[in-house]
Design a protein around this ligand. Structure first.
Ligand code: SAM
Ligand code: SF4
Ligand code: F3S
Length: 494
């Protein structure tokens, strides 16, 4: 079997021909290696061939195939990874083409209307599968399931299962039974901190991994649906987190990103988040530690000090402000003023001088005046972020802000969004140009998507660098920066 005895495509062919046949199990067992192996075929063609082989192998072994598509934040992406691993541990086989799947799962997001619209229009395409292959089952999982519940059946009557983010671990159980023999809707609260056990990801495919340290959110920002769909804040035991990371490093992971809606209020270890960072920092084999998201109201001096003292902690902080106007921040119930936020930035910059900062902004929140918008503009100019994510405000039913009139017209929201983006582009371009001539530490992600024989990786400040030279995935190298674009730096290994 590939992986056990063979380390190349031709070896594998020789091995299978020696045994006179290719068994379905040998195809399925060798799948990860086949996907990665650089055959002369294009990667699309390789995947097509592989999907075909898997399809035939599954049919011969009578094995069921699933397909997952993800919408939403990193926590959702990570949930999908864990769900895929869970289904695989129940002998299900993952496919990357929904035409070949027996079960199609969409893991959904409710944070903005657009995210929900994407899911509805995706089902517009997928629903034909029910006509062409009536045995196919549809699962709508995640935050939209929790937000909408049974009402989804009005718009998507062909769904077989609607399952909330806390109940994902029950999917294999429900799938044991024929369609309609299990509850159509399960949006209960999870019984434990995590419904999915992270250690199920037995073979991380990459040197970089996510680790969830907490679930839910207690902040109830007035615009946000997350506390309603993900439940109240729950921290995972610190020893369990450390054990998971030790396991990941043994399997080749070099960089981890700790995930939570507000990691600064982590409470799964005496001493909170700073104590967790210190504990994780001691793990051998780990090169870089990142985390997201930091809520400004909970960014203590002790935490900033801890980050500045631990060398594996990367100098990158996602520090969402949402607005530069104190009166809007108050209506958003963010728990800090513009001045509090800027004070935090001063402390961070004083203790971590080369830190890169990113932020989220919402434009057109109810009652946002031109002056409030100018406050956001001046905040962007004065902080000088390395990256920002900007969203048009969108009413979410059930939130406190849904009671305010959504009184900023769409054209004004869009104009303000474009205004912030333009200013940010100029800042980033100037910032990237400053890097020309510098030597930076890059953790290599793999071959670059564009550019023959170029590699791609990230600096400690999370900037993407494409570069030439001899490298390998998962190693640190020094790169001399030779040019810059708004999204990327270019250089060569020195
Ligand atoms: N917990 C993180 C925090 O506090 O910054 C972010 C969570 S949320 C999943 C990601 C971003 O979506 C938020 O920072 C906010 O900018 C944006 N967002 C949330 N609700 C929104 C809404 N109703 N309309 C527009 N943007 C929204
Ligand atoms: Fe939403 Fe606020 Fe919680 Fe972030 S901190 S998830 S914006 S309620
Ligand atoms: Fe994430 Fe969207 Fe849910 S942002 S927590 S997937 S509502």
């Amino acid at each position: 079997m590939w992986g056990a005895n063979c380390d190349s495509w031709s070896e594998w062919q020789k091995h299978t021909s020696r045994h006179g046949f290719v068994t379905p199990s040998s195809i399925l067992a060798s799948r990860p290696a086949l996907v990665q192996f650089p055959l002369h075929l294009s990667s699309d063609k390789r995947l097509q061939t592989l999907e075909r082989m898997i399809y035939i192998a599954c049919a011969m072994l009578n094995q069921q195939r699933f397909y997952i598509e993800n919408f939403g934040c990193q926590m959702n992406v990570h949930d999908s990874e864990m769900l895929a691993a869970l289904l695989q541990s129940h002998e299900w086989v993952q496919v990357s083409d929904y035409h070949e799947a027996d079960v199609i799962i969409l893991n959904t997001c409710s944070v903005r209307e657009k995210a929900e619209q994407k899911v509805f229009s995706r089902f517009g395409v997928l629903k034909d599968q029910k006509v062409e292959r009536p045995h196919v089952r549809f699962i709508l999982a995640g935050c939209m399931a929790k937000a909408w519940g049974i009402k989804l059946l009005r718009r998507l009557p062909y769904l077989d299962l609607i399952i909330g983010p806390g109940m994902l671990a029950k999917i294999p159980e429900y799938l044991q039974y024929p369609s309609r023999r299990y509850p159509v809707v399960d949006t209960n609260e999870p019984e434990s901190v995590f419904s999915l056990a992270p250690e199920m990801i037995a073979n991380p495919q990459h040197h970089s991994a996510w680790v969830t340290i907490m679930e839910g959110c207690d902040n109830f920002c007035s615009y946000c649906v997350v506390p309603y769909v993900r439940g109240r804040e729950r921290s995972r035991d610190g020893h369990e987190i450390a054990a998971e990371i030790v396991n990941l490093t043994r399997r080749g992971v070099r960089e981890i990103t700790l995930l939570g809606q507000n990691v600064n209020s982590y409470a799964g270890l005496p001493g909170g988040f700073p104590a967790l960072l210190r504990k994780i920092h001691e793990i051998d084999g780990l090169m870089r530690i990142r985390f997201t998201t930091s809520h400004p109201k909970d960014m203590s001096d002790e935490l900033v000090q801890t980050i500045s003292e631990l060398p594996k902690l990367c100098e990158y902080l996602h520090f969402p402000v949402q607005s530069g106007s104190t009166s809007i921040l108050r209506k958003m119930r963010r728990g800090y003023t513009r001045d509090n936020y800027l004070n935090r930035i001063d402390t961070i910059r004083r203790l971590i001088p080369d830190v890169a900062l990113s932020s989220d902004f919402i434009v057109g929140f109810p009652g946002e005046s031109e002056q409030d918008h100018q406050d956001s503009v001046s905040l962007i100019e004065s902080v000088g972020y390395d990256n920002i994510f900007i969203f048009n405000y969108c009413v979410r039913s059930g939130t406190r802000a849904a009671d305010y009139p959504d009184d900023v017209p769409l054209q004004v929201k869009t104009k303000r969004l474009e205004d912030l983006l333009q200013r940010q582009r100029r800042i980033v371009m100037a910032r990237n140009q400053e890097k020309i001539g510098m030597i930076v530490e890059v953790l290599v992600d793999g071959p670059a998507k564009r550019g023959v024989s170029l590699w791609t990786g990230r600096t400690r400040q999370n900037r993407v660098v494409n570069f030439s030279g001899t490298a390998a995935e998962g190693v640190l190298c020094s790169v001399l920066i030779e040019s810059a674009s708004p999204n990327c730096l270019y250089g060569r290994i020195v």
